[in-house]
Design a protein around this ligand. Structure first.
Ligand code: G6P
Length: 368
């Protein structure tokens, strides 16, 4: 087993460090020589895209968190309503799946019971099902109408890392491709985003190279009972993933909040020293996040900000800042999640826990 870990202490660490290559792989498998996205095995064309009236993105756990980012990209570029839901909720609630619905299922393993059940129900209702999965030949891959494989390579650690970042890349590529088909974005915009996506692996590597700083922060929160993650827009979706990572492997009670909800209850939880990881990567929401950080800091929170290098203003309202390389707003989550993965990993191992096999959790939930 130690040989399989390739010199890393655990699989999660190895998989975190595999992300630059994993993301590159996801991209390269679907780009042709001219730099265009190729989805020719996915039988969805302009007339179908013009015919449907909504998209549902359904998943569980980390895959659901990736799905929310997919929704943002699809709404932005394709201009179509996209609804995201957790598979175990969606299947038992009233939904509006019909033949005018594209259902996109996101699943690393392709075996999650609730997600598979949604697939079968949706097909019965006449919807087309597109799966985004990592495991070739999995149940979801076999039963879906179309499959986009993420090609992240095997993910062993229970806490998902490279599956998450490659799922986002996959969903963004689907969104871009469909948007171009639908003539909702220009070729110039399309190629510009693809070019920026190609820069992500080296930006992720840059964050990984600065790992030592995460150690300092981990030391400061390792004894905490609670931790909160704040963000707005895509940073809120990212906060959900950051809090899931921390809670599942360190057992620190972690929750994510939309920063705009602070005043509606959350702020009552802030005590002296409460760690609050505040993500501020969205330029249009930056000032709002700075004022949220100021509010929690004034109440004694230990604020860790995650933001781009030029946003020096965060230094005034936080105890620690993790800077990430600049990128297009919508692409920033793929980079900003890396320090949160490293933080969860470091806190878990400082607590002497089994990082790869957290208690009570399974890699794939194949029963309800
Ligand atoms: C479990 C795993 C998570 C994963 C979720 C959904 O909870 O521990 O890492 O995100 O299942 O799994 P899937 O294979 O469908 O992505």
């Amino acid at each position: 087993e130690s040989a399989e870990k390739g010199g890393y202490d655990c699989f999660m660490e190895k998989e975190i460090f595999e992300q630059p290559d994993g993301i590159k792989h996801t991209l390269e498998r679907r780009l042709d020589e001219s730099g265009k996205i190729v989805l020719d095995d996915i039988h969805i064309d302009k007339s179908y895209l013009d015919y449907i009236n909504k998209i549902y993105i359904i998943a569980c756990g980390t895959a659901y968190n990736a799905g929310i980012l997919g929704k943002t990209a699809m709404q932005k570029w394709m201009g179509i309503p996209v609804i995201t839901d957790i598979a175990s909720e969606f299947r038992y609630n009233q939904n509006f799946v019909d033949e005018k619905t594209l259902v996109i299922l996101v699943s690393q393993s392709g075996e999650t019971a609730d997600t598979l059940a949604v697939l079968r129900d949706s097909k019965k209702k006449g919807a087309r099902v597109l799966a985004v999965t990592n495991v070739v030949g999995s149940s979801i891959a076999r039963e879906a109408d179309d499959v986009f494989y993420t090609w992240a390579g095997p993910e062993i650690a229970v806490a998902s890392t490279k599956a998450y970042t490659t799922q986002i890349v996959a969903l963004y590529m689907i969104a871009l491709n469909f948007a171009l088909e639908m003539e909702k974005i220009s070729e110039a915009e399309y190629f510009d985003i693809i070019d920026k996506m190609k820069e992500i692996p080296s930006k992720v590597q840059e964050v990984l190279d600065n790992r030592d700083y995460i150690n300092v922060i981990a030391d400061e929160i390792v004894g905490s009972e609670h931790a909160f993650f704040l963000g707005r827009g895509v940073d809120y979706a990212l906060a959900m993933e950051g809090s899931l990572k921390l809670k599942e492997i360190s057992y620190i009670h972690a929750e994510a909040f939309a920063a705009g909800e602070l005043k509606h209850g959350t702020i009552a939880l802030v005590e002296d020293g409460t760690p609050i990881i505040s993500i501020a990567t969205q330029q249009n929401l930056f000032e709002k996040m700075v004022s949220n950080m100021e509010e929690v800091r004034a109440r004694g929170a230990y604020v860790v900000a995650i933001s781009q290098k030029h946003n020096k203003e965060v230094e005034k309202v936080s105890n620690r800042v993790i800077y990430i390389p600049d990128s297009e707003d919508i692409l920033s989550p793929i980079i900003a999640v890396i320090p949160m993965q490293l933080l969860a990993l470091t806190v878990s191992s400082k607590r002497g826990l089994d990082v790869d096999k957290p208690r009570n959790l399974a890699k794939s939930v194949t029963v309800e």
